[in-house]
Write a protein that binds this ligand. Structure first.
Ligand code: NDP
Length: 450
């Protein structure tokens, strides 16, 4: 390791990718420092996946407590306290932030709790004015919500603020039809808010299989969530009583207590000094990298959402790990395989998917077989809840290989994690058929497709 520099690795951003890369590089013997201007843990831990999932759990009790009566339970005086849930979630976020900091400390990674900017090929300047040098620089600064600009757009919130609301809005408009819009629509709806989703296009969750999208839309509407499609913001006007008068194209003006925007996330690349050292950016401002996460500058790398490859935490973690192993480890450099990445939407009910959708498979492979199970989970039957699950398996007709699995229903993400191994391992429909079912489960539908 070169002693002419203060550090072997300087990481900007202590989120999922940055923390993994820093501690693995340090474990390989590198002298590592990381700068974080907000809180160690990044989007996933501080204001994303983790606190969101806790809210999803909290929200689901609304249905569970109703269903419990069909299973013989009498629940008197039930009441929901948003502030209690919000504060419990935030306390746990703080606990996790501490653990992430500890992990870095245990690996002798120096943490600078301040903003860092690249000011020379190997030079980083911290907000305090301190300047350090590093042989290798890793940019792992993540992404932030994209907020469209229109008259009154200063009145909107994003998912960042949703975790800290003083009180729940009685009526909330959520703009966007993607992951965040559908997850928070489910959360707020379960808490009793009147939720409306407004999207610019005529669909939700564009990248998911059409049958699952339709099913979520239908179930969400039955639960009381409103949908407005092909519409865009014209203006938001804050009224004297604090309510927001929202004008959307093609719609009557409507009052809401809060407007949340979930229209995608943009990479955090401004003001980092990337241009001073010649790091190339793409159209969305994302850092362009090769398969080994290397930028256009030989000793500068980037991982995670800032590269806008697959904006998912486990992918950022893998990219961080691969970078650290490849640059600082004893073995051969290796690249992350971005194919066949399973994903989930923690809506009510959740969606999970891996591989090709039916239409992608038809377009790519031509001759496919589609197996489908449309069923009402046993628990829903007893609960008198008319909510059906849908599982789909897409098979390449040429060789019986499973190229996609798509599910909507209770615990779909939990079930999918195991099923995704089979798809990644290129197993066939016959392999699933040969596996004995576990009865009675929902997951058994995967081995009983006819
Ligand atoms: P998504 O990319 O999922 O969805 C964005 C939505 O906003 C789409 O409906 C899109 O419309 C619409 N949109 C995009 N750009 C604009 C624009 N300029 N003006 C108006 N509408 C627009 O973004 P999210 O914000 O929901 O989430 C960001 C990312 O975070 C996700 O892509 C995902 O990678 C990650 N994430 C993952 C989660 C998980 O794994 N469970 C949970 C939350 C986030 P259209 O219909 O035209 O596509």
């Amino acid at each position: 390791m070169a002693d002419e520099y203060d550090y072997d690795l300087f990481t900007i951003g202590a989120g999922s990718g940055g923390v993994r890369a820093s501690r693995v590089a340090a474990a390989h013997g590198a002298r590592v420092a990381v700068a974080e201007e907000y809180r160690v843990g990044g989007t996933c831990v501080i204001r994303g996946c983790v606190p969101k999932k806790m809210l999803v759990y909290g929200a689901h009790f609304a249905e569970d407590l109703v269903d419990a009566q069909h299973f013989g339970w009498t629940i008197e005086g039930k009441r929901f306290d948003w502030a209690a849930l919000r504060d419990h979630v935030q306390n746990d976020v703080t606990r996790l932030e501490g653990l992430y900091g500890q992990t870095l400390g245990n690996h002798n990674v120096t943490i600078f709790a301040e903003r860092a900017t690249i000011t020379g090929p190997h030079e980083i300047t911290l907000a305090s004015g301190k300047t350090v040098t590093a042989k290798t620089i890793l940019v792992a600064t993540g992404a932030r919500p994209l907020v469209p600009t229109f008259p009154g757009s200063e009145h909107v919130i994003t998912s960042n603020e949703a975790f800290h609301l003083e009180q729940l809005p009685r009526r909330i408009l959520i703009a966007g039809g993607g992951y965040i819009a559908n997850e928070f629509a489910g959360i707020f709806n379960e808490f009793g808010c009147k939720v409306t989703i407004a999207n610019r296009s005529d669909t939700i969750l564009r990248s998911y299989d059409a049958s699952l999208r339709d099913r979520l839309l239908q179930i969400s509407m039955v639960k009381g969530i409103g949908f407005l499609f092909n519409t865009e913001f014209e203006s938001i006007e804050k009224q004297a009583d604090g309510t927001l008068l929202v004008r959307l194209s093609g719609q009557e003006p409507c009052e809401y207590d809060a407007v949340m925007v979930a229209t995608g996330r943009i990479p955090n690349t401004e003001g980092l000094g990337l241009e001073t050292v010649g790091v190339e950016l793409g159209k969305k401002g994302e850092i362009l990298v090769d398969a080994f996460s290397k930028t256009s500058v030989d000793h500068i790398y980037a991982v995670g959402d800032v590269t806008d490859r697959v904006q998912l935490t486990p992918v950022a973690i893998r990219e961080g790990q691969a970078f650290a192993d490849s640059v600082f480890g004893p073995g051969e450099p290796y690249a992350v395989d971005h194919s066949c990445v399973p994903s989930a939407v923690f809506s009510h009910p959740p969606i999970a998917a891996v591989g090709m959708t039916e239409s992608e498979a038809r377009n790519t492979l031509g001759n496919i077989k589609v197996f489908q199970s449309d069923f009402r989970p046993m628990k829903n039957v007893v609960a008198g809840r008319n909510e059906r699950s849908l599982y789909k398996m897409i098979v390449d007709a040429a060789n019986d290989r499973i190229v996609g699995i798509h599910m909507i229903g209770p615990e779909a993400p939990e079930i999918m994690q195991a099923a995704a191994i089979a798809v990644k391992a290129r197993l066939t429909k016959a392999d699933f058929d040969a596996t004995v079912a576990i009865h009675p489960t929902m997951a058994e539908e995967l081995v009983l497709f006819k």
